[in-house]
Ligand binder design. Sequence first.
Ligand code: S3P
Length: 458
Amino acid sequence: MSHTDQIAKPIMAAKARALKGTVRVPGDKSISHRALIMGALAVGETSISGLLEGDDVLRTAKCMSALGARVERKENVKNKSTWHVWGRGVGGLTEPEDVLDMGNSGTGARLIAGLVSAYPFLSVMTGDASLRRRPMDRIIKPLSQTGATFQSRAGGKLPMAISGTSILMPLTYDSPVASAQVKSAVLLAGLHAPGRTTVTEPAASRDHTERMFAHFGVQVEAGPVKPGSTTYQASIIGQPELSGRPIIVPGDPSSAAFPVVAALLIEGSEVIIENVGLNPLRTGLFDTLREMGASIETINMRIEAGEPVADLKVKKSSLKGVRVPAERAPSMIDEYPILAVAASCAEGETRMEGLSELRVKESDRLSAMVNGLVACGVDAIAEGDTMIVRGKGKPPKGHAKIAVNLDHRIAMSFLVLGQVSDRPIEIDDAAAIATSFPDFIELMGTMGATLTIPNRPA
Ligand code: S3P
């Protein structure tokens, strides 16, 4: 059963006492999807530790089984699990017998659409109400040039049917958006084509696909098109022979963002968040918060499976408003909702520019944040693709009920704001949180947060 089929689960956040303790956030969602997909394309066993067991990633695991890979979860000591994938080799996947239901996951849908477009069989893909509203034309357009055919609902919406081709053409694609999902969809198709596939994007989006490819021995070249340029290019040589290998998934910086901001805002807080992935293309939020005056110390920096990882020590800080330039958006694209929460408690104006992509996430996050913050008594507006939040250097009133529209990050952002605002904030449905951070409520509770089921009159 998908979380969308369940009865709505309202949760209320009330003013918390100081957050304390040492915690670990779940595995990185982007890396988890890619680990399962690459495992399915490698021959032999890929073992994955730290995999995010959120709904989005579990759907990708199910898809890999549906495409012929063997995927198993093994429980280890202390509730920890390792996932094992026995892949079929590049070109070895088989036709799925049923519809691929990607639930809430744009990453799963777009990456797997790229993957199956390289196979001469039929795949039919759908998702929940949120995913069925999101644009797929951004991948249909490039992937159609490889020889695959797509039939979608009007406007490139799911459900869609994908018929791959046996004579796949390698592609050179100049993407109009900096999108890791678009880049990865094209590269995953290109992995199956003879010769070189190249994707160019206006700015570098997260490079986990490129790093994971390199980890598996694929020939990858990636970086700025010329020294000093923001335009980024990734290119690979297709039809490699991959063999399974171990993968360690670091904690997700996009999930760490919520306890980090909560600790920065709640009086007397001091927490350590261990094992956070700090890929430089993901750290825009932490850079911005430091510019705002945040005390976030990076300790025990190390490299694990090709990705930088560290522990973060975070203390309550007084924040001031800043301008966040559009160029920074790709490195913190999922973090604007929680940054807007931090901005609402900061002193002065925070101007977040270049946010057009926020409109096509799990919900229209630009509208969701502005409307929700205004309901909580914050001075917030959207001007085109800029979000402006004017804080008063103290928590806002709160006292609002927020509709989260199947968006996990909107849900968690308002549950963080409710822990600092003068009066509680309620969200209408916490179920979507399970897509990326299944134990969010429990983890915040262990640090001292007060997240409860609201009382209803009998
Ligand atoms: C993701 C890419 C991002 C991000 C999403 C995960 C990925 O989207 O918003 O949550 O794993 O590739 P785009 O880079 O496609 O905008």
